[in-house]
Design a protein around this ligand. Structure first.
Ligand SMILES: C[S@@+](CC[C@H](N)C(=O)[O-])C[C@H]1O[C@@H](n2cnc3c(N)ncnc32)[C@H](O)[C@@H]1O
Length: 192
């Protein structure tokens, strides 16, 4: 099955976990990848790789020796990521278990977290739990990047997420909009 079809099919089965009808575009992948100073990233985690479009960019950009793994809860998406990037270490788990996974990987604190999660479609308590557990593993001064859909800014869930970012991180920057994405999106680059 083609990647776009896998994505759409999984969306139709679990709309609020997937949160998008198509994988991120090449423009959005570049915007996400450029949010990090890869020369100074020794440890990185990807949240919700889906079909692995960011994963591929991360593997190309990170330094040799960077400790990297991905966390994806859908078995179909784990398979899709492994098809695109057979060399990646990926756990089929929820990101809420990130602390246990870091212990398993012997990582004390993480420099970079790259997220493809559909934050705006999560209920408030799940958004909160994921954010809390993430800040337990990201080091002070570490970078977190995630994308949001432009139209989401007008919705209560999108506004709630933006305000959660501002109350959690010491610095929150917004990239220009990537118009050639379905739907148009931008990146939040946040420093703990
Ligand atoms: C919108 S897709 C992102 C795919 C890809 N990063 C992209 O931009 O095309 C969101 C992914 O997050 C995964 N996901 C949702 N909730 C999760 C959770 N609690 N733990 C791990 N993965 C999760 C979904 O299964 C899905 O593959």
């Amino acid at each position: 099955m083609g990647e776009k079809l896998t994505f759409l099919k999984t969306f139709l089965q679990q709309p609020s976990n997937i949160g998008a009808i198509a994988p991120s575009s090449a423009g959005l992948v570049s915007m996400m990848i450029e949010s990090f100073d890869w020369e100074n990233v020794q440890s990185a985690i990807e949240y919700g790789p889906g079909t692995g479009v960011f994963t591929e960019g991360i593997l190309k950009s990170m330094q040799e020796g960077t400790h990297f793994f991905a966390i994806e809860q859908s078995a179909t998406m784990v398979e899709a990521t492994l098809q695109r990037c057979p060399e990646v270490k990926i756990y089929q788990e929820s990101v809420t278990n990130v602390q246990e996974l870091c212990s398993k990987e012997s990582i004390q604190s993480v420099d970079a977290i790259i997220s493809g999660l559909p934050w705006a479609s999560f209920p408030d308590d799940l958004q909160n739990e994921i954010m809390q557990t993430m800040t337990q593993v990201l080091r002070p001064g570490g970078t977190f990047a995630t994308f949001a859909y432009w139209q989401g800014l007008a919705l209560p869930a999108g506004q709630r997420f933006a305000s959660r970012l501002r109350s959690t991180f010491s610095r929150v920057q917004r990239s220009p909009t990537v118009w050639k994405n379905l739907p148009p999106a931008f990146v939040y680059r946040c420093t703990l």
